[in-house]
Design a protein around this ligand. Structure first.
Ligand code: MRU
Length: 355
């Protein structure tokens, strides 16, 4: 029987417990293949070239990474262990700049070490394993809760548009923006989903539509420049997208093109919902202005996916991986703890602090 992408965790501990097992997302949808990552270089590269990607999945990978790497850190003294731990943490933190879940998870893992100052390294390792597995399990629960909350915003038969991949492949299971779609699908909502193909790396066409088709959801891929048309036709009742970092004022960084979708949604009166675990809300970043936006290589725009280069050799290329959607364009931010509405400066803080 053929493998179904929905049957596998996007990221988990490998069977021997000494590595991180990921679905190699650069090979999808053509092939479902798995990679086992063991060294810091392998993990850094896998995040950097998007073999594992999407804010929550990057966070879980980072947490598991710190445990896996701790297995080969010096056991001579707490000080030696803590020094190498800090070096590896800083190295992994440099793999991608925009998704806050990366530094969020790394800090959580580091806290285990700092909270146990002076402890023998061999006793720290099981604590690190426990924390990494807690972050992994929490991701599954959080996405499920986002799904339940998001589902209250739509009705049976609705058309939903999504951009990039905030699906199962951006988390361990369910995803964030797709969680309401999966739960609704199980409950007979019969959604019609439009996936923006999402230039230049095609996460919508390659990943989101692949997942949703595998689940049996009515799915249509559109080019990024078609969202205005489908919204004008009245085919879209809600936009659900994920995000990589939410600033304290509700400005939200997500895959490049999200801000265009938000502007078009406003024009046609379609609600724009951002699905975000509270770990993606960064209260220390006041507004979208301060969010560091990753820029990637020009050939993703000019050459990748094409049989031959599609732009002149000496042309300038601007390839930001994310953009910031102004809080004013966002109808609500759906978290695992509830739904935040404007004014976001107040409601996001309440959401983060809620038990
Ligand atoms: O460059 P990517 O593929 O990692 O970008 C991912 C996105 O922009 C997702 O929408 C975002 O990480 C949210 S996933 C819940």
């Amino acid at each position: 029987m053929e493998n179904n992408i929905l049957d596998f965790d996007t990221v988990c501990l490998s069977e021997d417990g000494e590595g991180i097992k990921i679905i190699d997302q650069t090979r999808l949808p053509g092939e479902i293949t798995f990679l086992t990552l063991k060294t810091d270089e392998e993990i850094w590269r896998a995040i950097n070239i998007l073999q594992v990607r999407g804010a929550p999945a990057i966070g879980v990978t980072a947490a598991l990474a710190m445990y896996v790497l701790s297995l080969s850190m010096p056991k001579t003294s707490y000080a030696d262990f803590a020094r190498v731990f800090a070096e590896k943490k800083a190295y992994l933190d440099s793999s991608r700049p925009t998704a806050v879940n990366l530094s969020w998870a790394l800090k959580k893992m580091e806290k285990v070490v700092l909270d146990h100052e002076g402890t023998d390294p061999s006793e720290l390792i099981p604590l690190l394993k426990e924390e990494a597995l807690r972050i992994y399990r929490e991701d599954i629960e959080v996405c499920h809760a986002i799904g339940e909350n998001g589902l209250t915003l739509v009705k049976k038969g609705d058309g939903i548009l999504t951009h990039c991949n905030a699906g199962k492949l951006c988390a361990v299971q369910y995803g964030t923006a797709t969680a309401p779609i999966y739960l609704g699908h199980e409950r007979g909502y019969n959604f019609r989903v439009f996936c923006d193909e999402t230039r230049p790396l095609l996460q919508g066409a390659r990943l989101t539509s692949f997942e949703l088709v595998s689940a049996g959801v009515d799915t249509t891929v559109i080019c990024d420049n078609m969202s205005g048309m489908v919204m004008k036709k009245g085919w879209v009742n809600a936009v659900f997208v994920g995000c990589d970092r939410v600033a304290a004022n509700g400005d939200t960084a997500n895959k490049i093109g999200t801000s265009v979708v938000a502007a078009v949604a406003k024009q046609y009166g379609v609600p724009m919902y951002i699905c975000a675990p509270t770990s993606t809300i960064d209260l220390s970043t006041p507004t979208g202005e301060e969010i560091v936006i990753e820029e990637r290589k020009p050939d993703e725009v000019t050459e990748m996916w094409y049989k031959e280069r599609m732009a002149p050799k000496n042309v300038k290329v601007f390839n930001p991986a994310f953009d910031v959607t102004d809080a004013s364009l966002i109808t609500a931010i759906v978290t695992e703890k509830g739904i935040a509405y404007p004014p976001y400066t107040k409601t996001l803080r309440e959401m983060v602090e809620k038990e």
